[in-house]
Design a protein around this ligand. Sequence first.
Ligand code: M6R
Length: 612
Amino acid sequence: MCGIVAYIGPREAYPILIKGLHRLEYRGYDSAGVCLLHDELQIYKCKGKVSELELFIDGQDTSGTIGMAHTRWATHGEPNQVNAHPHYSMNKSLAIIHNGIIENYGTLRSELINRGYVFTSETDTEVLIHLIEDIKENEKVELEEAVRIALNQVIGAYAIVVLSKENPDMIIAARKGSPMVIGIGKDEFFVASDATPIVEYTNNVVFMNDEEIAIIERNKELIIKTIRNKTTTPYIQKLELSLTSLEKGGFDHFMLKEIYEQPRSIRDSMRGRLHLEQGIISLGGIREYEQKLINARRIIITACGTSWHAGLVGEYLLEDLARIPVEVEYSSEFRYRNPIISEEDIVIAISQSGETADTLAAIELAKSKGATVLGICNVVGSSIARATHAGIFTHAGPEIGVASTKAFTAQVIVLTLMALKIAMKKGTITQSRFFQILSELETIPEKVELTLKKNDEVKAIAKIYKDVRNFIYLGRGYNFPVALEGALKLKEISYIHAEGYPAAEMKHGPIALIDAQMPVVVIATRRGTYEKVISNIQEVRARKGKIIAIINEGDEAVKKLADHFIEIPETEEFLVPLIATIPLQLLSYHIAVMRRCNVDQPRNLAKSVTVE
Ligand code: M6R
């Protein structure tokens, strides 16, 4: 959460910083600010989005070839101009931007107040810049050393950039727990929370590691040290990120573009892995751990939000196909629960961003207990991709809309390939069944494409229900995670209260909510517990609830029972989530647009949750 970007080089910094902030705005949009260094450290900041910052700055002097900028997701202190970043040190010789949380800020703040420091904001960040100034002035050390000493006193997570008016050709950047990438161009450097502000200028990047400090100086080599003062060699990597993948490409919103990208992203996530003609699945990223997976007595899946829902589908897949017991854990619960983990366990961490703080902590916990930790991640170079022992990337491409869509289906595809591969090796499915499933998998992108053609029908349903206050989503078996995901999508972008429930659980409580005003979305595809779901639909109808059914093509029985229906192509029971999720994504999208909500940047949310 929070996006940070900085630049030093021959160009004017301001346009690069503003463009960078727009790219990073998905990380938080409570307030935004810029600091430009030319003689003085000039800070401009305001509450609201980057576009509001641009209006605020309009007409001001924005010259300078070194600067930094920040877009905030508020943690300490309400979103207002005072709490917006950057923050000055007390004598205004230093300025800072920060992503993360300084947990011991209360103690540090009291000590600094006792030493005469005056705080203007409620943020934890201001503590850090006063502390750096204090160390610099009292210990008479260089800027980089002052930052290093200060960071040794800090408990918590940070990605910071510090500028000093006494060092007009230097940027100091550091990270622990929050991401940071340095772009290396010709005579210029870029620093950012992720590579999106950098890709336009260079594809040579260094992903900083935890507890590293970068000393970035004009026309000099990049220096990286640890906070224990050990110099390390920067590992320069080539970025594989296209600029067009960061644009809306003619769609009104990133979310809609990403929904429509799913035939492609599903195909890409299978490409080079599913070899239909040879009848094999190859998962290079986890090859070394294949035998361990085959022998696994238990798998624990850990994730948050939508990735947790994909994990739930993964549980069903791995148990159903590969016959391995699986537990699916919310990372935030798992990390504080003293879970029983042994060296024999395999933990699979799922994350789109690869930066979710709770999932990262869950990984570290599992590793400390000796478990093998595998990752399913969308962002190459991200903290989770690097923290796991091995893993498989979902090739969904950059997901910018805060609501996760194509990442979910890509995660489910990867889990499906994993489960099938283990099942085949273990002999829990026959070879002929395996081939049959591979052929079906190949048809999924096309079936998703056909489902996307139902957009207008979904939109018409959205129009009818856009003003309701509650929704219920029901599904059983593989469609239960789909119900949860449908409800999450609706609440996060349209602010309508929605509950996802296992259809049969409804009669144990939620049925009390059902009346003529309650829309109930039921995923009622054939196979599995289809007949049982029909009974659940009857129960809703008996209480006058409005049924919106997701059904297979030509299912006349449910059509008769439903107030509205969306037909989707038929597939294997365990592949249904890949298709049934699509109309639910579209439904929440259209409802949110009709309610004039900010679809790509819903209130209070951020794409990458780097605080716990
Ligand atoms: O990047 P991650 O997959 O680790 O993120 C996990 C959740 O924060 C994320 O899925 C969140 O729930 C989405 N906004 C849901 O659309």
